[in-house]
Ligand binder design. Structure first.
Ligand code: GLA
Length: 689
């Protein structure tokens, strides 16, 4: 609920309160963000008191010798008015200075969420507060949006900058949100890694100065996921104060915590200012992505539960929202590029007999794509592999009783492709330097509408021809040499690329809502809320070693529910780690996500076939709980580092599925103790599988 009284704005969710107020000079002063307060708790009592002389700091106005923006907790802050912490915006104003001063002009409360014009956003919010600020000396306006999601205990924030002056304004940096919080000996927790080691959880103390979580690769990246937490140093999985932040965006992101000398921590999140510059002409506006904020005093699990509810109810949309996801078989790790129709049909027949519901044809079905050196950008079906075409193959899969799914990598082109030979100008490259390649491929210039049309037409045509009901949308290299002849200001490249991507995804999938989209970027290189607005699930990692997956899925579980994570059983010893693991362990980790199998089935023994059939039957019986139950990380009772315990609990609290994993053997281990949490009181049977 949003209430406004005496210049104080109060945003309540079921368990949290967020308060800020307008100061006598029109600035927005942050007052409180934390556990739910009583209605009669007053902002005056909660607010920071200023009685200390400002010393060498700048006094904003001579009428109040203690009013220094540098010392205050704020909701938005400018450059050039005495606040030396990092401003959420760096604007070259129409008067050619870097000085801005946004002060309160008006506000309104709107029912529900307010959709955005240029970017995907959350939906189903309860109420939105729109606050308009105006620069004190120009016709530049800033709208701040706060949307409240009461049940999920989340608040989203974003900003829209409008230039109504005659001269252009240059945006060098604009965050989606900033907030100043009193320090609680915070640590920043981030999800970092790289290809095949995505989203490992790391903890950094928030010291004086800046602590940063950002990406520069053109995507949200496998290096640093946009989500991060600030937790008090005494927080544990189940106790203590934890703030969570995420961004609904798939491009370069920037999140920071800056601790000032007065122990105020400024948190901001938004588009990465790296290589960013946007020109805002008269009557134009710029929308930042939407940032998501949550707080829990119930530790990391409490924070995660809020974020999981937010993703399942307010990000994932369409026909697949909260719908059970199919058990799939994917041919990639079984065949790589070396397949033909009969080999695939044999795999499909076995997959069906095991219980798979969806057959996914991965890379290599088009053009001269017999290795990763050629073919990307082309859409003609490879006739050597599919002499009767792809529709005939898809029909055969459906006749077997499975759905048919298909892999695409639409944002890319190999120099060795018909598309590149016909349209070298479609590829992103420097105007005068030799192109740099990644996985032998170049990025297509989707800032250019003609290129977007090419992708929309071709992907759409293949989907309609084959009747595919699932798409794996891949993107296998980082962007470099960001340059597009289609735009006049290259500082806009990265953001226009992402807007181009969202345009393509909407144009293809809005009119084909039955298709289940799984996004992928060499695994989890684009595991973010922006992609989840289109694809209900994401291929979590190319690393399917279950022991590695405990870190990867475990890390992502802080922000993303199991329903978003593609998780497959693959062969052992594992192709990347050479680790040998039992089939049961591989399943026991993969079942805490959207289950699939990705291995050469012809090498399975009779015992393994029997075991997989049992695994799939078990998963189908409990899949709603695995995918949509309450996922909780449980601390091993003695804090042993070689144990990982996960639990998914049914939403009625009557059933719990626990994964108890030991990652390494230790000599003379003590007995294990099974801890079960979050169930309704009662008597329970404990069954082991
Ligand atoms: C990426 C994906 C894999 C597979 C290959 C195909 O690496 O992450 O799952 O689709 O591309 O080339």
């Amino acid at each position: 609920m949003i209430t406004v009284k005496d210049n104080v704005f109060r945003l309540d969710t079921e368990n949290t309160t967020y308060i800020f107020r307008i100061t006598k000079f029109g600035h927005l002063e942050h007052v409180y963000y934390g556990s739910l307060l009583d209605q009669d708790d007053s902002a005056d009592v909660m607010a920071q008191k200023s009685s200390v002389s400002i010393g060498s700091s700048i006094c904003y106005d001579g009428s109040d010798k203690l009013y220094s923006l540098d010392n205050m907790c704020l909701e938005w802050s400018d450059n050039g008015r005495g606040d030396y912490r990092q401003s959420p915006a760096e604007l070259k104003m129409p008067d050619d200075t870097f000085i801005s001063d946004f002060a309160y002009l008006s506000h309104r409360i709107i029912d529900g969420s307010v959709p955005m014009k240029t970017l995907p956003s959350s939906y189903g919010g309860d109420q939105t507060l729109e606050i308009t600020l105006k620069d004190t000396t120009s016709d530049v306006f800033l709208d701040l949006y706060y949307t409240v999601f009461e049940k999920a205990d989340c608040i989203t924030r974003r900003a829209v900058l409008k230039n109504e002056s005659d001269d252009p304004l240059i945006i060098r940096r604009i965050m989606s949100m900033m907030v100043d919080l009193p320090d609680e000996c915070f640590h920043m927790y981030t999800l970092d890694g790289g290809w095949i080691k995505e989203a490992h959880l790391h903890k950094i103390p928030v010291g004086y100065g800046m602590t940063i979580n950002s990406s520069t690769t053109g995507s949200s990246s496998n290096r640093h996921n946009p989500a991060f937490m600030l937790a008090s140093d005494i927080a544990t999985e189940d106790h203590g104060n934890v703030y969570g932040f995420n961004l609904i965006y798939s491009g370069n992101h920037f999140g920071s915590a800056e601790k000032s000398g007065r122990d105020i921590v400024r948190v901001s999140a938004g588009i990465n200012p790296h290589l960013f510059e946007w020109i805002l002409n008269k009557n134009e506006d710029f929308e930042t992505p939407e940032a998501v904020l949550t707080f829990s005093d119930k530790g990391f699990n409490g924070m995660s539960h809020n974020m999981h509810d937010f993703v399942n109810r307010h990000i994932v949309r369409g026909q697949w929202k909260e719908k059970e996801r199919p058990v799939l078989f994917n041919n990639w790790e079984a065949t790589f590029f070396d397949f033909n129709e009969s080999k695939l049909l044999q795999l499909a027949k076995t997959a069906k007999s095991l219980g798979a519901e969806l057959f996914v044809l991965d890379d290599g079905w088009f053009g001269e794509r017999n290795s990763d050196e050629a073919g990307l950008g082309d859409y003609n079906v490879n006739k050597k592999k599919f002499p009767r075409g792809l529709k005939s193959f898809a029909d055969k899969i459906r006749e077997m009783g499975m759905d048919f799914g298909l892999w695409f990598e639409p944002e890319m082109v190999n120099p060795d492709s018909s598309l590149y030979r016909a349209h070298p100008e479609y590829a992103v490259k420097s105007p005068d330097k030799k192109p740099v390649l990644g996985r032998n491929q170049m990025v297509l210039d989707i800032c250019n509408k003609e290129v977007r049309d090419y992708i929309v037409e071709n992907v759409g045509r293949i989907l309609d021809e084959t009747g595919a009901s699932y798409v794996k949308w891949d993107m296998n290299r980082h962007i470099a040499e960001a340059f597009s002849p289609a735009i006049s200001n290259q500082g806009e490249f990265y953001h226009r690329y992402i807007m181009g991507l969202y345009d393509i995804l909407s144009r293809i999938f809005d009119k084909r809502p039955h298709i289940l989209l799984e996004s992928c970027s060499s695994g989890g290189n684009r595991f973010d809320l922006g992609m989840l607005c289109y694809s209900p699930q994401v291929w979590t990692s190319d690393d399917t070693d279950p022991i590695e997956r405990l870190k990867i899925q475990g890390g992502l579980s802080y922000f993303y529910p199991p329903s978003t994570m593609g998780a497959h059983v693959s062969q052992s010893p594992h192709q990347q780690t050479l680790r040998d693991t039992p089939l049961s362990t591989r399943f026991n980790v993969a079942c805490f996500g959207c289950l699939g199998y990705e291995l050469d089935l012809k090498y399975l023994s009779h015992e393994e076939i029997k075991e997989i059939k049992e695994q799939i039957a078990f998963y189908k019986k409990y899949r709603r709980v695995f995918q949509y139950g309450r996922f909780t990380r449980i601390r091993e009772s003695r804090g042993k580092e070689n144990k990982v315990i996960w639990q998914s609990t049914s939403n009625d609290g009557a059933l719990a599925l626990t994964g108890f994993f030991q990652t390494q053997a230790a000599a003379a281990e003590s007995d294990d103790k099974l801890i079960v949490t979050g169930l309704r009181p009662g008597r329970y049977d404990v069954r082991k599988r």
